[in-house]
Design a protein around this ligand. Structure first.
Ligand SMILES: [Mg+2]
Length: 284
């Protein structure tokens, strides 16, 4: 098999468990806001769901300001709630967001073998970038292809200025309609870097969103089956605020898709992906 030209990897539930960090962080935020505003948590959750549905993302950064209960509040009060909510979310995120075992080792192995690794995510670009930075992957990810995202607010702007030293070499963004399962993000990366699809490995935990378009562009697809494992309560939390997304998926339906490989942990790539290391005998 030919040496790999590049690895394109999904982020959420492929490099880290998004559900097991996001859900507790979201609950902590709701809990704090419910206490501060003396509102039932279930009422707040329903208001968050409608904001997320409106913007097509659970990671919409201005969700607190847009909650129905904030509409009648003065700006200072909304700002105070925003601060409380962000602190509660961030505290839990810091405790819960971590790489799956073997991810760092695999990315270091790829770098040592001159295989570029590009993150391909449906998250807004700066969020993907910020998460990669927070996870200490600076220098191990060569580029990021992600959603155009939302206009940056002041706090994000400050964050970007402070961390300017970490800018991935290449970046691509597309509008919401071109995100996965549309193959556009993959095609953009393949064409921009002149990669041979047959030598490009695409990894992701979602058969429909990651693997189906990977097969469509002719890449070697690797299904990160371990990404499905998460805490039942956390999954329930995420399901409760993504009804709109699942309705969309139900409509899409689709035929089953077969990945080239299935892995039980990210570091299985080390044994799967061929490198161009010099070999003493052919066929080794
Ligand atoms: Mg994923």
């Amino acid at each position: 098999m030919q040496p790999a030209a590049a690895i394109l990897t999904d982020l959420d539930n492929t490099l880290y468990n998004w559900i097991d960090f996001y859900a507790p962080a979201f609950r902590a935020m709701v809990h704090t806001l419910a206490r501060e505003t003396r509102t039932e948590e279930s009422v707040l959750i329903a208001q968050f769901e409608s904001v997320f549905a409106r913007h097509g993302s659970t990671e919409y950064p201005y969700c607190i300001q847009e909650l129905e209960l904030c509409r009648s509040l003065p700006k200072e009060r909304v700002d105070a709630l925003l601060h409380c909510g962000r602190v509660a979310f961030g505290k839990t995120r810091r405790r819960r967001l971590s790489l799956y075992v073997g991810v760092r080792r695999t990315l270091e192995w790829a770098k040592a073998n001159c295989i570029p690794v590009v993150a391909v995510s449906n998250a807004p670009w700066y969020l993907a970038w910020r998460r990669i930075w927070r996870l200490g992957l600076k220098g191990l990810i060569s580029g990021i292809a992600a959603a155009e995202g939302f206009e940056l607010d002041e706090s994000v702007g400050r964050f970007l200025v402070k961390r300017r030293a970490f800018q991935p070499a290449v970046r691509w963004t597309v509008g919401r309609s071109d995100l996965k399962p549309n193959p556009t993000l993959y095609t953009l990366v393949l064409e921009s870097l002149s990669l041979n699809p047959g030598r490009t490995w695409i990894v992701g935990d979602d058969l429909d969103k990651d693997i189906r378009p990977a097969v469509a562009v002719g890449a070697i697809s690797v299904w990160a089956a371990y990404g499905r494992s998460c805490d039942a309560r956390n999954l329930e939390t995420v399901m409760s605020i993504t009804h709109w997304q699942r309705r969309k998926q139900d409509v899409r339906g689709g035929e089953s898709v077969v990945p080239s490989y299935t892995i039980g942990s990210f570091d299985e790539l080390i044994d799967l992906v061929p490198t161009s290391q010099l070999q003493l005998w052919e066929g080794d």
